[in-house]
Design a protein around this ligand. Structure first.
Ligand code: ADP
Ligand code: ZN
Ligand code: ZN
Length: 724
């Protein structure tokens, strides 16, 4: 019997080989059922006749084949193998990210065919008088006389009870329908007249059709990047090709979905973590059959089995949420670029604030650089004004001149947006007598005071407890909030502007399903006046009526130890500011700070992100930090701090002789303890990516055998972004 290697959705770093009985025929990419311990698992045939480390006598035979059509094409298998190698992650977990749950459970695809309804012979033999007692049944019968209807179309016009009645009388029958490739029926809304820069970008992407090429579209906020996407897509739809648009945030999908469906008369599907298993499989099948024209999705959409993928677009390519922060820590941008290479199609990375990695790739000539330097409607870029908090009276954390300018814009009927990146009422409660602060018992962090939900909440581990009545140190009952979060600012704004509605947008106010959509709608309809929120506000939204943006407090980020902090602050400031003045009226941004002389603030304000980013990149070169070196991070977590340190030290000792590597650590993570566990890291830097990967590759099999590796929780993070 031949041997096959099966990829099983398990978090294990090992191969799973099976015997293939003579009476079972499969090809690579098909699902099979295999024995695993006492249970059976569903896996995907990965390779024939692998170089198996096992004796033949140890191998068990495959139990059954689920279908003879591969669920993973060769290209997708290549992508997953690449990802598993590159991130040094078990193939099984990569597979889990790529296959919808229902497929991993072994459901048969035939169970998910679409359903159509048509009249039976006796149905055709009926006449209208047969339905004289039911107008609804008559209407359905008349519709079906025109021909078959699919389930969605039928139920959108007719009642389910009428359908059931006709099915019961055997006048109507169900038939399975294959999913058909979509048909493009022309634009639903005409395209805008492109600006010269937009037109150049569209032409460049179109000329790369049918070839792999990566474009970095660096366009200032409001420069019309979405219009560029739309016009790159239009000619592809005429040819029946498919497009993937990746977004960092699920919150952006409804708005974007709407913009795309308004323009094109084609099926545009969403893909994100809030879909049910059934909806996910439906999207997966529609991508595979070509019946989805455009998929708009978050990270894992890049693994969808498109039939004819011709363009990938990543919006907000700099956004950290594109990198998965737990388990299989892949970067969706980087894997999407690999996917485009395998599909031989162009990929377009859009942003107003490119990541230094992408900027570097553009400078090196690996990415083609496209620029949109002006706002599409000719609006001016918003002007910054630094508000020196040291010289001003403060009321509730707002400077007098900020309050004055807010009042002025409100009196003109404009919208004002305030940005404060701290949810809750206050970052901690403090004792007025002894200075004691409320801390999480399980993390090295303070607990946020949430006034509405009446609790102290740890934003790191999620633990909550009731508000204490007394100081935990001296017993005094004089506890007061320190610092300001969005809940508090909301209260204060209501006091300052009692006749103006205040809209708060943060994780707490948008938890309910549909809440975010409703708030955004209110902002876009100009119902909302004073809008206040966290970084949720910064992400790609088009708010045409906002004329003034107030950045309440970002000083905490100015002196961070993380080498990426300046880049991230630069992006945040630029993105938040970019919400101002997108409509007819010019926008203004007030930046409140205790450090108006700070070089980063000065650079951003005077020269803009593009210039700031180029000098930041130069600094990374001088300090030999990414992207000039490649970074991999080992993380260890355990109840006992020493175990983590020892384990990382053993790695450091093993790697130290390698001259191509530069090690930093073991060191305690900035957040030293989380959910009761101590956290340590070891940084590995190298100028040569291959050398770095080779060293890790050599070490991993050995490391997984160390007894200590089983006593701690460890992770390897390739191209780590989050150093917390
Ligand atoms: P970005 O994503 O670059 O921030 P958007 O795509 O949201 O910008 O576009 C900002 C605004 O400019 C939108 O209202 C859009 O309709 C408008 N716009 C885009 N391109 C053009 C154009 N060529 N002419 C006129 N208006 C445009
Ligand atoms: Zn905690
Ligand atoms: Zn006290």
């Amino acid at each position: 019997m031949p041997v096959i290697r099966v990829a099983l959705p398990l978090p294990l770093r090992q191969h799973f080989d099976y015997l293939l009985p003579d009476d079972i025929q499969v090809s690579q990419g098909c699902r099979v059922r295999v024995p695993f311990g006492k249970r059976e698992l569903i896996g995907v045939v990965w390779q024939f006749n692998p170089d198996s480390p096992y004796e033949l006598s140890q191998l068990k035979p495959v139990s059954a084949v689920i279908e003879y059509q591969p669920v993973l094409s060769e290209r997708l298998r290549q992508l997953l193998s690449f990802a598993a190698d590159y991130y040094h992650h078990p193939l099984g977990e990569v597979l889990t990210a790529a296959l919808p749950a229902l497929l991993r459970e072994g459901r048969e695809l035939s169970a998910y065919a679409l359903t159509g309804y048509r009249l039976t012979t006796s149905g055709h033999a009926c006449s209208a008088v047969d339905f004289k007692r039911s107008a609804k049944q008559l209407a359905l019968w008349q519709s079906l006389q025109q021909g078959m209807l699919n389930e969605t179309a039928l139920l959108s016009q007719h009642s389910r009870t009428a359908l059931k009645a006709l099915l019961d009388k055997a006048l109507v029958e169900r038939i399975p329908l294959p999913r058909q490739p979509y048909l493009f029926q022309g634009l639903a809304q005409s395209a805008l007249q492109l600006t010269v820069d937009q037109a150049l970008a569209v032409t460049a992407v179109q000329q790369a059709q049918g070839r792999f090429r990566t474009f970095l579209l660096e366009g200032v906020t409001g420069s019309g990047k979405t219009e560029v996407y739309l016009q790159c897509i239009a000619p592809l739809l005429e040819r029946g090709e498919q497009v993937l648009l990746l977004l960092p945030e699920i919150g952006l999908t409804p708005q974007t979905l709407q913009r795309f469906t308004q323009r094109f008369n084609v099926p545009v599907l969403a893909w994100h973590s809030n879909l049910s298993d059934g909806e996910r499989l439906n999207c997966w099948l529609n991508a595979a059959s070509g019946s989805a024209a455009i998929v708009i999705g978050t990270r894992s959409a890049l693994f969808l089995p498109f039939k004819k993928l011709s363009l990938i677009i990543i919006d907000e390519e700099h956004d950290l949420s594109l990198k998965q922060q737990e388990g299989f820590r892949y970067h969706a941008r980087d894997l999407a670029i690999k996917r485009a290479a395998l599909e031989n199609c162009p990929i377009l990375l859009g942003t107003a604030t490119p990541s230094l990695e992408s900027l570097y790739n553009a400078q090196q000539g690996r990415f083609s650089h496209l620029l949109l330097n002006n706002r599409a409607g000719g609006q001016a870029m918003p002007a910054f004004e630094l508000i020196n908090l040291k010289q001003q009276q403060l009321q509730f954390g707002l400077a007098d001149s900020s309050i004055r300018q807010i009042r002025q814009q409100l009196s003109l009927g404009k919208q004002v947006m305030l940005f404060l990146n701290r949810r809750g009422f206050a970052p901690a409660l403090s004792c007025q007598e002894c200075g004691w602060l409320t801390e999480c018992r399980r993390c090295s962090a303070f607990t946020t005071y949430h006034k509405h939900s009446k609790q102290l909440l740890c934003h790191h581990c999620g633990a909550s407890r009731p508000i204490p009545k007394q100081c935990g140190h001296c017993g005094s009952s004089r506890l007061a909030p320190v610092g300001q979060g969005t809940e508090q600012l909301e209260e204060h704004l209501q006091q300052l502007f009692p006749n103006t509605p205040v809209t708060r947008l943060d994780r707490d106010s948008t938890r309910r399903k549909g809440a975010l959509g409703a708030l955004l709608e209110d902002i876009n309809q100009a119902g909302a006046r004073l809008i206040l929120g966290t970084q949720m506000l910064a992400k790609g939204h088009h708010f045409p009526f906002v004329t003034l943006v107030v950045i309440v407090d970002v000083d905490g980020a100015l002196y961070s130890a993380d080498f990426r902090a300046p880049e991230q602050l630069g992006q945040l400031l630029t993105q938040v500011a970019g919400r101002a003045g997108r409509g007819h009226d010019k926008g203004k941004v007030l930046l409140q700070t205790q450090h108006p002389e700070h070089a980063l603030l000065q650079d951003i304000i005077q020269n803009g992100y593009a210039s700031f980013a180029r000098s930041a990149l130069l600094e990374r070169q001088q300090t030999a930090l990414p992207p000039y070196q490649h970074l991999a991070l080992f993380r260890a977590e355990a109840l006992q701090s020493e175990l983590c340190q020892q384990w990382l030290q053993a790695i450091a000792d093993a790697l130290r002789p390698d001259p191509t590597l530069q090690l930093m650590g073991p060191l305690l993570s900035p957040l030293e303890r989380k959910a009761g566990k101590y956290r340590w890291q070891l940084h590995l830097y190298s100028r040569q990516r291959t050398a770095l990967h080779h060293a890790i590759q050599q070490l991993l099999p050995e490391l997984t055998r160390w007894p200590l590796s089983r006593k701690i929780k460890w992770q390897l993070d390739i191209d780590a972004l989050d150093l917390s």
